[in-house]
Design a protein around this ligand. Structure first.
Ligand code: RB5
Length: 141
């Protein structure tokens, strides 16, 4: 189950990515916002971040204007490794090397097609599970 959350800056992209996740047959839970109205990203993202941190959801995708505020917020929570990403190379490597469990996207930064490419690569790339990366990820904690 993929946790989703977005503020007004990421609302439209969140709605597009929901349709794409339907196509890809990934289950998701949208923790809001349910409208494109102005809201505070540290508040609206909290339930989705908690769902990933507690293992209720396996991964999460956050949406705001740049992805920056969401990623800073998410990375304050123990156990969350969130990458803010605008291109597929970092999306893949963030999974292989860093075992990221959250992805933050900027609705004002990237277009829908690029976002879809990033989401697909991020969701389908596995952690490399080699000793040096296991050690480095554990050193973060
Ligand atoms: C909202 O205007 C904007 O600041 C927010 O969506 C996000 O980009 C913050 O990092």
């Amino acid at each position: 189950m993929i946790a989703l959350a977005g503020d007004h800056g990421g609302f439209l992209l969140k709605e597009e990515i929901k349709k794409y996740l339907d196509e890809l047959k990934f289950d998701y839970k949208d923790f809001g916002s349910a409208t494109g109205e102005s809201c505070d990203y540290p508040v609206v993202s909290k339930p989705a971040i908690q769902a990933v941190a507690t293992g209720v959801c396996e991964k999460g995708i956050l949406f705001c204007g740049t992805g920056v505020g969401m990623s800073i917020t998410a990375n304050k929570t123990r156990g969350i490794r969130c990458v803010v990403c605008s291109e597929p190379f970092s999306a893949a490597l963030s999974r292989e090397h860093n075992n990221t469990n959250m992805l933050a996207l900027g609705g004002r930064v990237i277009g829908v097609d690029l976002a879809k490419m990033i989401v697909k690569i991020w969701l389908t790339t596995e952690f490399s599970n080699v000793d040096r990366h296991i050690k480095r990820v554990s050193l973060i904690e």
